[in-house]
Design a protein around this ligand. Structure first.
Ligand code: BES
Ligand code: MN
Ligand code: MN
Length: 458
């Protein structure tokens, strides 16, 4: 190992001298519309896997495309010496759809605007993936004695439905000492944060049919059942639409509240109500106190109504009683809730309050509780401090990454986060972007992280 190539100055110089290469590789990946939710993009998803494999091979690494019953996984690596420790970096290469009208340029055209990179997937999650990749190149160049592996998923944005079976099938190829995920958001620029918890997610649909077809509301109205109003009534019984409080008995029973120590950390995370509202262009909130907001987003489960389908939605009013209706719902779950217990309570509640309503469940994601202490957490702290000159806070995330709990369980190792995205990068939003400050700092942070963990005993 050559420590001279691992100083802050040397790594800054490495990042600067690789900027054009970084931008070229990120452009290649962003310009492949790997939208996992869109069956018409299946060819692009495959093309993305091949481009990723090619990226490793062109830079002196190895790579393989691992099949799953759904989209493939990409496994790339530098080093496979059984005498050395192994670290695996997880990212996802699939992206959200990009049909919002507010895009200023074609979403799958990579736009470089000064230090800003725009395009779908630039920050979620191709930019951080390519950043970690260049961090690995810097570590490899310096001879850091570590097997650096990458696992890139292509179904994260649809809830990782085949990740578990894919991982089971290929686990023998993916043995690792620890995992680091780069797919999370800081609270604000200049203040790194790393989550020690993620929420899980469980979606379901409620449907009700009360007639064969829509009917005249003057002819049958008053006597005929209305599936839209019944579903709205049921939803009102399930939760308080104003406060968000879920009224299903036992819903909150398994929730582990944040510790005093966690809350103390959150107070120093840089979070303010004002920037939260501004970053997300919110027009109002259910609560104003910053800690109350964080407890709700990071520490509590939710029930969210995403859509109501049914009836007439054209101009004016059509005097009909609809025949069928649907409500799309999901719950964010927190540790130590589990999907099955929660759904059993919801099923029982629906059956009791409206036995004709059908409940259709989607694939669920487990919540995750991570660690804030220990050598790997220390390595994350050190990496952020070294690269960004600021301490990181351990927070939690309100979002979900299905693969995390699965990797912890199936690979039998701990999972940590070295995220690089910022709120203003616009996860899932039009004009999604990433920037060179986060990328260059991230390259340095990853290189330093690899150096630190290379010293951990196997
Ligand atoms: N990178 C996000 C997860 C995330 C969101 C981390 C917010 C930190 C803050 C991930 O790509 C994502 O969007 N997950 C989805 C999963 C869903 C579509 C199944 C989510 O959380 O909604
Ligand atoms: Mn993501
Ligand atoms: Mn996402």
């Amino acid at each position: 190992m050559n420590p001279e190539l691992l100083t802050r100055e040397a790594l800054d110089a490495f990042a600067a001298s690789h900027r054009a290469d970084f931008e070229h590789e990120l452009k290649t990946l962003v310009e492949i519309p790997s939208v996992s939710a869109d069956p018409a993009r299946a060819g692009d998803v495959q093309r993305c896997a091949e481009a990723a494999k090619d990226l490793f091979e062109r830079h002196g690494g190895k790579a393989e495309i691992l099949d799953t019953p759904g989209n493939p996984l990409i496994h790339g690596w530098f080093g496979e010496d059984p005498a050395l420790p192994t670290i695996t970096v997880y990212n996802h290469m699939d992206v959200q759809p990009a049909n919002e009208p507010e895009w200023k340029a074609e979403p799958f055209q990579f736009v470089v605007d000064g230090d800003t990179y725009r395009g779908r997937g630039s920050t979620d999650d191709k930019g951080p993936a390519v950043t970690a990749f260049f961090g690995a190149l810097a570590a490899v160049k310096a001879g850091v004695p570590l097997n650096i592996h990458f696992l890139w998923e292509l179904e994260e944005e649809i809830g990782s439905p085949n990740f578990e079976s894919g991982l089971k099938a290929h686990a023998h190829r993916l043995k690792t000492d620890a995992i680091v995920v780069s797919d999370t958001v800081w609270i604000t620029r200049g203040k790194p944060s790393t989550p020690a918890g993620l929420r899980g997610l469980k979606g379901f649909r409620l449907t009700l049919e009360t007639a064969d077809h829509d009917l005249h509301s003057g002819v049958v109205g008053g006597a005929a059942r209305n599936p839209l109003s019944e579903l709205i009534e049921l939803v009102g019984q399930m939760m308080d639409g104003n406060t968000g409080k879920v009224k299903i008995p036992g819903f909150y029973d398994e929730v582990i509240p944040p510790t005093e120590e966690e809350i103390e950390g959150w107070k120093h995370s840089g979070f303010t109500t004002e920037t939260f509202m501004k970053d997300h262009m919110l027009k109002g909130l259910r609560v104003d106190d910053p800690i109350k907001i964080l407890k709700r987003v990071w520490g509590k489960p939710t029930m969210e109504i995403h859509g109501v389908v049914g009836g007439y939605t054209g101009p004016g009013i059509k005097s009909a009683v609809p025949a069928r209706a649907e409500v799309k719902v999901s719950c964010r779950l927190v540790p130590d809730m589990d999907e099955e217990t929660t759904m059993a309570r919801i099923r029982k509640f629906v059956k009791k309050h409206n036995p004709d309503v059908e409940l259709h469940e989607e694939h669920g994601l487990a919540p995750f509780k991570g660690h804030t202490t220990g050598k790997y957490a220390g390595a994350i702290r050190q990496a952020y401090q070294f690269a960004f000159g600021a301490p990181c806070t351990f927070t939690r995330e309100g979002g979900s990454i299905g693969a995390v709990k699965t990797m912890e369980d199936l690979l039998g190792c701990e999972v940590y986060f070295l995220g690089l995205s910022l709120p203003e990068h616009g996860y899932h939003a039009p004009n999604e972007n990433y920037d060179w400050e986060q990328a260059s700092g991230g390259i340095v942070a990853f290189a330093h992280y690899f150096e630190t963990v290379s010293g951990f005993k196997k």
